[in-house]
Design a protein around this ligand. Sequence first.
Ligand code: TPP
Ligand code: SF4
Ligand code: MG
Length: 288
Amino acid sequence: MSKKNPEYDFKWCPGCGDFGVKRAIEWAMEKRNIALEAPMQDTVVVAGIGCSGNLVHLLDGDQPFGIHGLHGRSLPVAFGVKGGNPDLNVIVVSGDGDFLSIGGEHIAPQAQRNLNVTAVVMDNGVYGLTKGQSSPTTIFGEITPSTPYGKIEQPLNPLEVYLSLGVNFVASGFSANPRKLADLINEAMSYDGFSIVHVQSPCTTYNDTFSALKGDVKKGISPVAWDVDDDYDPSDRQKAQQIIASGGIPLGVIYKNPDSVSLDARTREMAEKVKIGDLDQQLNAFSI
Ligand SMILES: Cc1ncc(C[n+]2csc(CCOP(=O)(O)OP(=O)(O)O)c2C)c(N)n1
Ligand code: SF4
Ligand SMILES: [Mg+2]
């Protein structure tokens, strides 16, 4: 809806990382619309289910259209929206559970299609909405309601997964720096192809990783998250692999394929080749 639903009264917990992501998305959408000279109604936010997906109801200011769909199915819904109207600017908002667990099987097909949408994945390392169960990014050994004796699976590295599945634009951000995050999201939205901005967005209630990510000098904790160098070249896939494998959480544009051709462009190209025959010819094409 392009109007806020006054009856939807979900609230994030104080300090939740998703507040920073919301602000960054608002800034990025505003900037993108100014660049395109497009009204906000040309933007559609497709949300998954989770505290993260509730972002679609909490946006302030000019309202885009919003779809709060099914858990894990944000990408197929976005595919439908974009297929119906390729001119729309489509943003997916999803959680680590929604996107990488139940929805994990949808990343590769959209990467191969190079669907021209931007997915913003809010990673808090837990299933926040359902009260803190472990997710694919929960660390090994972590005690959660679903892993009372410690998690026995290794966590996956989302950036590594995206790169190996063929995603053409991969960025990594942190909710504590919404201005920088807004720039990453804006760059992803301007990219012609499938783009993912994976965001560290800590859950202050079930998995507060703020000080681990930022580090704490007084407590002698070194930060897990670090900025990629200003002169880092994201067009080199091998370097992207190396940077992801180098440890911690790199922040910035990690990979940007300079030769991306989006599904929109390929569809337009194909449409030009399609010859529409008369009715008899079309019917004959189906006869055996
Ligand atoms: C098909 C289906 N399975 C399970 C659920 C229950 N469920 C709702 S949200 C959620 C997990 C959300 O975790 P995440 O995607 O990480 O979002 P967060 O709340 O952490 O932002 C689950 C399992 C559901 N709504 N639908
Ligand atoms: S449970 Fe966690 S993710 Fe959900 S609103 Fe609260 S702090 Fe945020
Ligand atoms: Mg989560």
